[in-house]
Design a protein around this ligand. Structure first.
Ligand code: FES
Ligand code: CO
Length: 331
């Protein structure tokens, strides 16, 4: 069943990645964001996002094609420009005026970090800025997107969680014999929450590292938006650092699309495909658990699940979502 637009006072005004910039070439692409069908396309002025609904008889524009910088409805050939204005009605006599009401909604759309971003409402700021993607010492690499049948909030909470590394990612990112976690303090400032200096023992070194095994990495994890988080992971002995930025797109309340950017300051001679494959494996391990969690929506009532001292960061995330007033993906 089509649900139509989901109302969320926070997420509607936020930027969400909807597809890889490299995918958007000579065809329009249909995506779903907060229950809304959106068509994205590219012309000589850049990328554009419109409601994926022809104003004439409600056909999907994303099923159409591109012509002269416009998206053409597949039903009767009406053409829409990047602002959603209809500029051609083939059935009407040439030279006749096109009614100004022949317009479909348009949304803010930008291309950044190799992704196409859309905001359905009024974006307060631009797409978030990450210094690691401007730093020439780092090599950015887009991974995903990964489709997950779960609330985006569940994915972010999992990203902030340390105690699962030794089990879900056993032998890759942690080991059960090194499961104990230090007491961590959550810092909240400048509209974000973070924790830092968390040591995690990893039985094998990350790909591209010159080390073989048994490295203790220092982690910093931050949630900078309701559905945006990032981490850095550093080997203190050599400064090799991996950044991961996760942007989760709420497709519906319990379905999301996860975009990931990985940036590293080492292993430039290692094939990018190795890094992508590693992230694919790790994410698949996470998704397998996340998709089984009940309730499907993240409970913001702190009595609803058993919170342990080590869950301080996820508790802070749940509190913060409540303060922000996020509705979609929460209960
Ligand atoms: Fe799109 Fe008629 S429904 S042109
Ligand atoms: Co994980």
């Amino acid at each position: 069943m089509e649900l139509g637009r989901l109302h969320d006072p926070v997420l509607v005004h936020d930027w969400h990645a909807v597809c890889l910039a490299s995918e958007l070439t000579d065809k329009p692409i249909g995506v779903k964001l907060l229950g809304e069908r959106v068509v994205v396309f590219r012309n000589e002025h850049g990328v554009h996002a419109l409601q994926d609904l022809c104003i004439h008889r409600g056909a999907m524009l994303s099923e159409g094609w591109l012509q002269d910088g416009t998206v053409v409805c597949p039903y009767h050939g009406w053409q829409y420009d990047g602002n959603g204005q209809c500029v051609c009605i083939p059935a009407q006599p040439k030279g006749e005026r096109i009614p100004p009401r022949a317009k479909t909604s348009s949304y803010s759309c930008e291309e950044k970090y190799g992704f196409v971003w859309v905001c359905l409402g009024e974006p307060g700021d631009g797409v978030p800025h990450f210094e690691e993607f401007a730093d020439p010492a780092y090599r950015p690499l887009p991974c995903g997107p990964y489709k997950v049948k779960a609330a985006g909030t569940r994915v972010i909470e999992n990203f902030t969680d340390f105690a699962h590394l030794m089990f879900v990612h056993q032998n890759l990112l942690g080991h059960p014999d090194h499961a104990e976690l230090p007491d961590i303090e959550v810092v909240k400032e400048n509209g974000r929450i973070y924790i830092e200096n968390v040591p995690i023992f990893q039985p094998v070194a990350h790909s591209g590292s010159d080390k073989r095994e048994g490295t203790t990495y220092m982690y910093r994890k931050e949630v900078y938006r309701a559905l945006g988080a990032r981490l850095s992971k550093t080997d203190p002995s050599n400064g090799q650092t991996l950044w991961i930025m996760l942007s989760v797109t709420p497709v519906t309340a319990n379905e999301c699309l996860v975009f990931m950017m990985v940036s590293r300051n080492y292993g430039f001679d290692v094939d990018d495909a190795n890094f992508i494959q590693f992230q694919n494996i790790v994410f698949e391990q996470d998704a397998r658990v996340i998709e089984t969690q009940k309730p499907e929506l993240l409970p913001l009532d702190l009595q609803a699940e058993l919170n342990h001292r080590v869950d301080r960061f996820s508790v802070a995330y749940r509190r913060w979502l409540r303060e922000l007033g996020v509705v979609v993906g929460t209960i």
